[in-house]
Design a binder for this molecule. Structure first.
Ligand SMILES: [Zn+2]
Length: 197
């Protein structure tokens, strides 16, 4: 059996290489090392095309007689999506973001990821929430703890990192397409609810 790295699917002790008798959390029978599995923190940016603190657009005239024709959808805020240039989920739309480094706080990671992936400074907004998901990479199936923040751009000139993304677009917060990861779908739903859309 080929060992599969040091992550949750490792079949051997990362300290002494003794085969493990059970999946983590477990204790190595060879050296007593206690192996745990924890979700790795990531950050995702819900970059809006307008400041959510700005007053909403005025509603149209009050409703009158019932109208059988559906009313046009209100022009709510849109969020930035980028198309993944690499596995996993290559070619799918996602929000910018990535893994937190070492002891990096997710808010700091959010600002760093915007610089790296979009080439811009952002103003970080409200924290939307954290979501437990899965990430398949290097033959491992990792639990991840995805932290999502609202953000707005300080400059409009986005320069994508071609190693990360092939193109960008803006989707309606109220009507998003399926995104690369289920945690992103959930975060967009919660952000739309938070902003009243
Ligand atoms: Zn061991």
């Amino acid at each position: 059996m080929t060992p599969r790295g040091y992550g949750p699917s490792a079949s051997f002790c990362p300290r002494c290489a003794t085969p493990l008798s059970a999946p983590a959390p477990t204790t190595c029978t060879g050296c007593g090392y206690q192996l745990f599995v924890n979700a790795r923190p990531t950050v995702g940016l819900i970059v809006l095309d307008r400041d959510p603190a700005a007053p909403p657009a005025q509603p149209s005239e009050p409703a009158q007689a019932p109208d059988p024709a559906p009313a046009p959808a209100p022009a709510g805020p849109r969020f930035l999506a980028v198309r993944r240039a690499a596995e996993p989920m290559i070619g799918r739309w996602e929000m910018p973001g990535g893994f937190c480094d070492g002891w990096e706080h997710p808010a700091e990671a959010a600002v760093r990821e915007a610089r790296e992936e979009l080439g811009v400074e952002i103003t970080l907004g409200d924290f939307i929430g954290m979501y437990v998901g899965s990430y398949e990479f290097q033959d491992e199936f990792l639990p991840v703890l995805d932290n999502f923040f609202l953000a707005t751009l300080e400059a409009r000139e986005i320069v994508l990192d071609p190693a990360e993304s092939t193109e960008l677009t803006w989707f309606s917060l109220a009507d998003p397409p399926p995104l690369a990861f289920a945690t992103m779908d959930a975060a967009i739903r919660d952000a739309a609810r938070r902003l009243g859309h």
